[in-house]
Design a protein. Structure first.
Length: 372
């Protein structure tokens, strides 16, 4: 790993400003499968495993740098975990286990991690029930559950943003962060995250986006700087702390590791965001019969969502077209075509934060309205 890569890996998620470099174009990013490849059952199955369980080696940050393994083991009981928005996969739980365990004991959290039942967290637990390694996956922020057992516990809903998750509060549990940085992380609140804070030091948290239904989306959702796999690589390396390679001279980022654990997994991750997760989410919002579905889709086209279970970013049951959240509908009073969801941030209203949000202060800091 280069010295730049080592510094970035240690700094990821800790709020360290990025290193300045010159240049105008991003490095080529792998991982954009063809339509035929993206629909491959093998690629979709691989992508689901990557999305749910792959840490890309980010334990180096969450364990070695932030020491959150110790914090979770000693201080985070299941009740607290659910309060900060962590989710539990009911399918990973033995029948009746919740009635037999103490939900106020951190030891129960360790047991859940051993079962691989906490969505988005991967842990290595030794024979003495100590967490020796802790990492995070894409599913931490971009998966939810159906609450079929109790709030926060149910079957997985891959790709649905976890708007209950207080990422900042979780990071702020680290004992190595300064009081100033903890205050920034604590200010984000549930359902928001700033994917630039540890690069530019500016505190502008964004609403967590969905990670499904991206087959017709060319560029990534927030800034339009590159394709979806560009953003997946950016997040995996610079935010999760994965051991991979990522470079974009426009942002002054050049991270290299001797063993790249990210790039080879990008095609599968892109494929599952296009195909499998979309289908799961469409099934989740289907109405029971054709007449009801037609009525519902007509209602959606008018920009009003009358199903309380689907009150965030959602899709028609039968048409791959994205609609906006109710809060945005009240502001704009119309449904916007998909292309408008993913424009460069320079042309997007600051109110438009159901999917993305403008960052005028960052644009002015760049001098030319953001990365070109």
């Amino acid at each position: 790993m280069t010295s730049v890569g080592a510094e970035r890996a240690a700094a990821s998620a800790c709020g360290v400003t990025g290193l300045a470099r010159e240049g105008n174009e991003p490095a080529a990013t792998a991982g954009a499968p063809t339509t035929e490849d993206a629909t491959s059952p093998a690629l979709v199955a691989e992508g689901q495993q990557v999305f749910r369980f792959e840490t890309f080696g980010d334990e180096h940050v969450w364990t070695d740098t932030l020491h959150l393994n110790d914090v979770v083991e000693k201080n985070v009981d299941p009740t607290t975990a659910l309060k900060v928005g962590l989710k539990v996969d009911a399918d990973a739980l033995p029948t009746g286990i919740l009635e037999k365990v103490d939900l106020k004991s951190p030891a129960t959290t360790v047991a859940l991690l051993k079962m691989n039942a906490i969505v988005g967290l991967q842990a290595t637990v030794n024979g003495d029930d100590h967490i020796t390694r802790l990492g995070v996956t894409c599913a931490l922020c971009h998966s939810n559950v159906d609450n079929s057992v109790m709030p926060g516990i149910g079957r997985r809903k891959d790709g649905w943003p976890n708007r209950d998750l207080n990422v900042g509060a979780v990071i702020a549990l680290s004992p190595v962060l300064s009081a100033d940085k903890k205050a920034v992380y604590a200010s984000w609140g549930p359902g928001k995250y700033d994917p630039r804070y540890n690069q530019d030091g500016k505190n502008t948290p964004l609403v967590l986006p969905p990670a499904y239904g991206l087959a017709q989306v060319k560029n990534e959702t927030y800034t339009g700087e590159g394709p979806i796999s560009y953003w997946n690589a950016y997040v995996a390396v610079t935010q999760m702390g994965g051991q991979g390679n990522f470079a974009d001279p426009r942002l002054g980022i050049d991270i290299k590791h001797s063993a790249d654990m990210v790039t080879s997994k990008l095609p599968a991750l892109r494929g599952v965001s296009e195909v499998a997760v979309t289908r799961v989410c469409w099934r989740a919002v289907r109405t029971p019969d054709a007449a009801a579905r037609q009525s519902r889709n007509t209602t959606l086209r008018r920009g009003v969502d009358r199903e309380s279970a689907v009150n965030e970013v959602f899709f028609d049951a039968d048409v791959p077209r994205q609609h906006v959240r109710q809060e945005t509908i009240r502001e704009r009073r119309r449904v916007v075509e998909p292309a408008n969801h993913f424009r460069d941030r320079r042309s997007v209203s600051p109110r438009w934060n159901g999917v993305q949000r403008a960052c005028p202060e960052r644009n002015s800091a760049k001098g030319q309205g953001g990365p070109n």
